[in-house]
Design a binder for this molecule. Sequence first.
Ligand code: SF4
Length: 214
Amino acid sequence: MPRKRGSRGSTSRSQLIEETLISLDRSRGPLFHEKDATAKGYRPDGQRDPVRCRRPENKMRISELEAIDIARAFSEKPHLRGKEGEVLQRVGRSLSFIGDTSKPQRFDCPLLEDGKCMVHRIAKPIECLAELPDGSFSAEGRRSLERRDQLNEDLFAGRWDFKAIPLMLAHYMLDREGPANGKSGSTLRKEQKRDQSRRSTRSHDPRRGSGPVR
Ligand code: SF4
């Protein structure tokens, strides 16, 4: 018998998705740090060269988990709210150039707006972030890519894939009842940090005393 919505099974599944999105967001941290520390060859704002985000250069594919993260960001980040329609229009245009396959294909990324990535600091695909200016990957970048793959594997147990960004966005941005419904990894991580810091402040509060002597 199918489980009812909100039953224990669906709650633990949605908790698992949230924990996985937090881990995905955590794996972006070292890559931003690397960009800030190295600086050489990167744009001052740390963005990918927009030429590489358009045809004929761009063939970027993303995993299911990254697409879920991006779709969630568009539904809850204040500066992205209301922009879903224009992104979906660009998704539609890009889809007219590519087929429904997991093979790399060339396309204009629908997330490029005025030369900048719309999800840069919030839900950026790991490969876009890990790519060095010469197109290669550092050891840190490779670690984050492996981590991304492992997180997808843990969540989808072999039933996941990489596809061109427009294909993945069309799937998840148009399915608001599925896993794309909820908060993005960066928001969840901020909330988790805030809760942890509140708990640690409370545990160091002298007014709470040192507890019973055993
Ligand atoms: S997700 Fe962002 S960085 Fe990656 S290809 Fe699209 S616009 Fe470029």
